[in-house]
Design a protein around this ligand. Structure first.
Ligand code: B16
Ligand code: MG
Length: 211
């Protein structure tokens, strides 16, 4: 397969903001008195903010109005943004930086395909605001992963056919989204452990040997 473009998930692939998502949800869950651990957190990977809240609230017995749920999601996002505000270009892992540069040197188009509405802020924080050829994120989609919309929009922005795009993901939901969009998936982290990808990598640098 000759790939023309690589579409990278953001949280858990380009940087470890997945840890900050965990900490922010954990704080909210503790305040609500509902159990929340890293295993449950893995189910939130790639899933939208409101769908994540529904998973966090699975063991919450009090009925909540829609406005109350929105307020809880906002509260989590404020905690999350406080953690993001402490990030800097030093939070871009060195192996990610060298892999991105090597792929660009090989002539590949590079894009972001993230469910996160905080994508522009995160890219700014880690010094990649102007790096990618296209950014498709939680601000331009109506359906979250495992729906393929975010990746199909990225392919459209790049003007590359979906079957010529490789998606890099840490979420099982993200690998499913890639497959539903007729793209191959290279997985790292949690999704690689679950063998959800066409390629399951132990390090992002391994991308250089499959391209
Ligand atoms: P936000 P990704 C996803 O980003 C996260 O994996 C997921 O945990 C989060 O709920 C979602 O973004 C929405 O994020 O609340 O910042 O809009 O992995 O698709 O880059
Ligand atoms: Mg992710």
């Amino acid at each position: 397969m000759v790939f023309q473009a690589i579409i990278f998930d953001l949280d858990g692939v380009i940087c470890f903001t997945d840890e900050y998502h965990y900490q922010a949800w954990k704080r909210l869950a503790d305040e609500l008195g509902v159990p929340f651990d890293r295993q449950k957190n893995n189910r939130l990977r790639g899933v939208s903010r409101m769908a994540s809240l529904e998973i966090v609230l699975e063991d919450y017995t009090e009925p909540l109005a829609e406005a109350e749920k929105l307020a809880l999601a906002d509260q989590k996002n404020e905690t999350y943004k406080t953690l993001l505000a402490q990030m800097s270009p030093s939070d871009l892992p060195e192996d990610v930086r060298t892999t991105l540069l090597a792929l660009r040197e090989r002539g590949l188009k590079l894009a972001i395909g993230s469910s996160s509405k905080n994508t522009p802020f995160i890219l700014q924080q880690i010094g990649l605001a102007d790096f990618f050829d296209a950014v498709s994120d939680g601000n331009n989609i109506t359906k979250s992963k495992p729906d393929p919309e975010v990746f199909l929009k990225a392919a459209q922005m790049l003007d590359v056919a979906p079957e010529c795009c490789l998606v890099v993901e840490d979420a099982v939901a993200g690998a499913e989204a890639a497959h539903r969009g007729n793209m191959r998936a290279a997985c790292v982290g949690d999704a690689a452990k679950a063998a959800a990808g066409d390629y399951n990598l132990s390090s992002i640098t391994e991308l250089l040997s499959i391209i």
